[in-house]
Write a protein that binds this ligand. Structure first.
Ligand SMILES: Cc1ncc(COP(=O)(O)O)c(C=O)c1O
Length: 319
């Protein structure tokens, strides 16, 4: 459905798209049971991060995130001359309480939290996330990145509360909807906060073809459910492959699994490089102790077959 919608919109691409993203904004609002004024559509979460940092961070302002968390948010903070303050992960999860404490101490403008998280795939349940939202200090806004939200089990994402001016939630079509190349995401939140994006956003940033693709993707929820099932099956397979090689894994609510190589970052890097030499593209967290793991994407069956064949060889070579 999406590919057909892209083809159809492609022949009309000589026209600008709707700068208000009206149809898509309304469809996303209906999908989440909120008012269209609670939705802002943008060029993927990464693009929307640029806007939110520009809106809230002036040179010298502090922004709190986790050491080793998804880095693109940080690039925008640095780009607008904000001061990054980082707190370590705790047991492979982003540490909400430590993030709040650091934000209170440095009077942060923004706190970044991904739930579920990249690169570890870990998550907090809705109750804990609601506690974190309630604990956001006055003058601070929580940037809640739910890029992997569709993969999480029910009870992971909190109910949407658009009355709160402490949090903006970021969602994307790049992951479970499978449209990373399209560049489409959105913010859900308080209408006054959401309206602020209009001051800074690129008004034609989400093109005509992208809007058509998003509408078709949203309308095809059975495809989304199928993808989520496939990803869960692939995660189980990755756990099996790791265990066949004497390795443990970190429980994941995303479309990848962090495989613990059982030693330090140097060893995991050697395993990763060896896999890459064998044609298996793998990434890994950048900081200790997360970097004892390599991050394996929930690939297709033939891709995981190739990983299963390569992993024992790479482990032996790395040893
Ligand atoms: C936690 C997290 N947030 C955001 C993104 C980027 O999302 P988008 O493609 O919508 O910019 C990613 C992509 O890897 C991610 O892992």
């Amino acid at each position: 459905m999406v590919v057909a919608a892209i083809a159809e919109a492609g022949s009309a691409a000589w026209m600008y798209g709707d700068p208000e993203n009206h149809a898509l904004q309304h469809a996303i609002a209906a999908h989440h049971g909120v008012d269209p004024a609670n939705i802002m559509v943008g060029e993927g979460i990464d693009g929307l991060f640029g806007y939110v940092v520009r809106m809230f961070v002036e040179p010298g302002d502090s922004v709190v995130t986790s050491q080793g968390a998804y880095p693109t948010f940080n690039y925008h903070v640095v780009g607008y001359d904000g001061q990054l303050v980082t707190v370590p992960y705790c047991n492979d999860r982003e540490d909400g309480d430590a993030l709040l404490a650091a934000a209170a101490e440095c009077q942060a403008k923004l706190i970044y939290l991904a739930n579920p998280d990249n690169p570890m795939g870990t998550w907090w349940g809705a109750e804990k996330v609601d506690d974190i939202i309630a604990g956001v200090p006055a003058g601070t806004l929580l940037v809640l990145d739910e890029a992997y939200g569709e993969f999480a089990e029910p009870g992971t994402l909190p109910e949407i509360d658009v009355s709160s001016d402490r949090v903006l939630r970021f969602r994307t079509f790049s992951k479970a909807y499978g449209l990373a190349g399209i560049r489409l995401g959105y913010v859900v939140g308080n209408a006054d906060l959401v309206a602020e994006f209009n001051k800074v956003r690129n008004h034609f940033g989400v093109g005509r073809v992208v809007q058509a693709a998003g509408l078709a993707a949203l309308a095809d929820q059975s495809h989304l459910a199928w993808v989520i099932d496939q990803v869960k099956a692939a995660r189980r397979r990755i756990v099996e492959i790791a265990s066949d090689n004497g390795l443990t894994t970190v429980d994941s609510a995303t479309n990848f699994v962090a495989v613990d190589c059982g030693r330090d970052g140097d060893f995991a890097t050697r395993v990763l490089n060896n896999l890459v030499e064998r044609g298996i593209f793998v990434r890994m967290p950048g900081v200790s102790p997360l970097n004892r793991c390599i991050r394996i994407t929930a690939g297709l069956d033939h891709e995981l077959d190739a990983f299963a064949a390569a992993l024992p060889l790479s482990l032996a070579d790395a040893n």
